[in-house]
Design a protein around this ligand. Sequence first.
Ligand code: SF4
Ligand code: SF4
Length: 175
Amino acid sequence: MSTPEEARRALEAVYQRVEARAADISGTHDWWPCRRGCDHCCRHLAAPLPLTELEWRYLEEGLQQLSAEAQEELHARVDALARQETRPYTCPLLDQETGACRVYAHRPLACRSYGFAAARDGGLFCHFILDLVGKHGDADIVWANQDALEEALARLSGPTRPLSEWFARRQRQEP
Ligand code: SF4
Ligand code: SF4
């Protein structure tokens, strides 16, 4: 059983693994399209973001750095998202004017690995990346392993819940 500090360090280590892979891939391919302001993936979520409890605690640190006004607006957006029946979803944590993530340093694994990881049964790339990989090839790309990353996080802090559920607990002030 690890202490909260050990668990947090382990989470950061998983995140750093993904960041290192992403930096290696984008740093060695000048055609790589991911950059600040490219927010298509944040505007086209197939489902509300999934986070483990440890990831949610980490994300909350980022939320706490936002103004009270911004946090109130976020809660309203999350409430609206919970009622939304159509897809895709726009992430409520996106600054829609700048296309930047409001909690970038604290974003969950799903956001860090998207575009840079492949599942065991196939790719998980965005269509911009798929188009470019079709043009340039991916024989020299070492993708992160999405399943292995998710399994590492599940071992650390159990199953994921959707972002809206974590927010609802926060509003009810549940642990
Ligand atoms: S994953 Fe795709 S949509 Fe998202 S930042 Fe990268 S290129 Fe843009
Ligand atoms: S948490 Fe940030 S990076 Fe992830 S989908 Fe939302 S806005 Fe995009």
